[in-house]
Design a protein around this ligand. Structure first.
Ligand code: M6R
Length: 603
């Protein structure tokens, strides 16, 4: 979703902003813009619809300065257009603002304060820059006008504001949307994601909700809501520029699929000891062991991982687990058990839908754990505990390695809790060994890339729709496999419980409809095969992905056996490659699918 960058105190502000915006491209956006000033007091505002490359083509050599802000916009209020792209300016052009988030009371603000202002576009951000101007016109200094505006605004925001009359300062504030200050020796930067500014610094300072920051080239001043100065230590980002480069890969998604065996080995290193036992903070284990029900709350791929996690957690811990969509849970909270424990799954740790649930569970004083890939992310900071996924930065919008990392970390957690409770199913489970087998099997499947590419051509080259079917964990994998296929190849795909098809959905099967059957569970294999026969009789073009011990010679893809609880970690791999090749063959951008954002920071 929207991204923010800013720089103060460097000669080549324009290049730094553009490079920063390029690093934020993966988050998803439809337009972009920069404002640069400082040098010779000349101001430059450049905006463009489309990609950063389009913006770049509009930036002439005169666009130079020592201070600037930049933005990638993912449209919420007002369609994608140059007019609606940020930065936005006030009527007298004095104030320039970029914003991530959603201003909920923008209509009210318009009515109450901006009756006589001429607005250019339809965005909620434009309201804010005019509101600041309004307070400045009433005699307030810029800082006061900005702070006053913050008291009027309701909603989520990360703001960066420049006053052209004082280009030695960037004013920054945040509430619910991510924003960081990066520290340099003679300069400072701002960014909604550390990746954007890694080329400049790897020392960052977090900003808390409600704080306002004055950013100058040689210092930063953080003020809390009451105006008190706050001192906060910086931290060193555990990221390397090479982590976020694609190297020789044509797309990040392919690199991230290939990364998965390494991620499994990293999880073994991080979360198991030399004798192979799970190593998780005792406080987390104590809280879960003392709970009577686990609630997993997540969105999209993380939600799908939650279902697989439920199967593993219940087997090992004997504690009932419910899995919920964040966007539903928050506003339709089910009746909770007496001693609930919440697990938030989020690759980015910034998903607004999940965060609104966490805010509520915190208000209720309920214990929570976030599993995330991003240290210091909002969900990580606001939950009681965090377990990192250690998957390395995931750049492609389509999540792959975060999904398998979530399942693997949940499996380690389940093992640690199960062992603590003395459960036999857990004590018998050698997690380090089983995950190392998984890593090796993942490699075997990934080596079959070209076979999968050919099969994709045979099955998906012309189809408009497709089905993934399975039972139990194979159904959960089907849900994720179909999400992957639809979000990047735009093939309408459904992940369905194999036995449920005949209760209605089988009506959609036509001559040639591709149906992918996933078979990794001995107790349901025969039934799923039966369901595949039913669709075949109605014209379906069946594609079977089966575990070796359950496979038939006619199956299209056969996967080596792994521990029965962990089969989703390997059965998902061919489906990720199927989505990748289907997209490639259709000529779409694999990493940046239409309408989607990597980090969904609005509800
Ligand atoms: O960062 P999160 O895991 O909280 O994100 C949740 C979803 O937005 C995300 O998984 C989305 O579904 C991906 N595009 C799936 O590939």
């Amino acid at each position: 979703m929207c991204g923010i960058v800013g720089i103060i105190g460097k000669e080549n502000a324009t290049d730094i902003l553009v490079q920063g915006l390029e690093k934020l491209e993966y988050r998803g956006y439809d337009s972009a813009g920069i404002f640069v000033t400082g040098k010779n007091k000349e101001d430059h505002l450049v905006k463009s619809l489309g990609r950063i490359a389009d913006l770049q083509s509009k930036i002439s050599s005169e666009v130079q300065g020592t201070v600037g802000i930049g933005h990638t916009r993912w449209a919420t209020h007002g369609k994608p257009s140059e007019r609606n792209a940020h930065p936005h300016t006030s009527s007298n052009q004095q104030f320039i603002l970029v914003h991530n988030g959603v201003i909920e009371n923008f209509e009210e603000i318009k009515q109450e304060f901006l009756q006589n202002k001429q607005l250019e576009g339809e965005t909620d951000t434009e309201i804010v820059v005019h509101l600041i101007e309004c307070f400045a016109e009433a005699g307030m200094a810029t800082k006061e006008a900005f702070k006053k505006a913050l008291t009027v605004i309701k909603g989520s925001y990360a703001f960066a504001l420049i006053d052209k009359n004082d280009p030695d300062t960037i004013y920054v504030a945040k509430n619910k949307s991510p924003l960081l200050i990066g520290l340099g020796d003679t300069f400072n930067v701002i960014c909604s994601d550390a990746m954007a500014m890694l080329a400049e610094t790897n020392h960052f300072v977090e900003i808390a909700d409600g704080e306002m920051v004055i950013v100058k080239a040689d210092k930063i001043e953080i003020e809390d809501e009451k105006g008190n100065l706050v001192y906060r230590e910086s931290y060193e980002a555990q990221l390397d520029l090479s982590d976020i480069e694609k190297g020789t890969y044509p797309y990040y998604m392919l690199k991230e699929i290939d990364d998965q065996p390494t991620v499994m080995r990293r999880i073994i290193q991080e979360y198991t000891n030399t004798v192979g036992d799970a190593v998780i903070d005792d406080k987390i284990i104590g809280k879960i062991t003392g709970s009577d029900r686990i609630y997993v709350v997540a969105c999209g791929t993380s939600y799908n991982a939650g279902w697989v996690g439920k199967a593993i957690l219940e087997k090992m811990t004997k504690i009932p687990v419910e899995v919920h969509l964040s966007s539903e849970f928050g506003y339709n909270m089910p009746l909770l058990s007496e001693k609930p424990f919440f697990i938030f799954l989020s690759q980015s740790g910034e998903t607004a839908d999940s965060r609104q649930v966490l805010v509520q569970t915190n208000e209720l004083g309920l214990p929570s754990l976030t599993l995330t890939n991003v240290a210091g992310s909002t969900l990580s900071r606001e939950a009681d505990y965090t377990l990192l996924l250690h998957a390395g930065p995931e750049i492609a919008v389509a999540s792959t390695k975060a999904y398998t990392a979530q399942i693997a970390v949940l499996a380690v957690l389940a093992k640690a809790v199960g062992d603590k409770k003395g459960n036999q199913s857990s004590l018998e489970f050698d997690i380090a060994h089983e995950l190392s087998v998984i890593a090796a099997v993942m490699e075997t499947i990934i080596d079959e890339k070209m076979v999968i590419s050919q099969l994709v051509e045979d099955y998906l080259s012309t189809t408009r729709n497709a089905f993934y079917i399975g039972r139990g964990v194979d159904y959960y994998v089907s849900m994720e496999a179909s999400l992957k296929l639809k979000e990047i190849s735009y093939i309408q795909a459904e992940g369905f419980a194999a036995g449920e098809l005949k209760h209605g959905t089988i009506a959609l099967i036509e001559d040639g409809t591709p149906v992918f059957g996933i078979i990794t569970d001995q107790k349901t294999a025969a039934h799923t095969r039966g369901n595949l026969k039913e669709v075949e009789s109605r014209g379906a073009h069946n594609f079977v992905i089966a575990l070796a011990s359950l496979a038939k010679e006619t199956d299209q893809l056969i996967i080596p056996d792994v521990h029965p609880l962990l089969t989703p970690l390997v059965s998902i791999i061919p489906t990720q490659l199927i989505a990748y090749f289907a997209t490639l063959q259709r000529g779409y951008d694999v990493d940046k699918p239409r309408n989607l954002a990597k980090s969904v920071t609005v509800e």
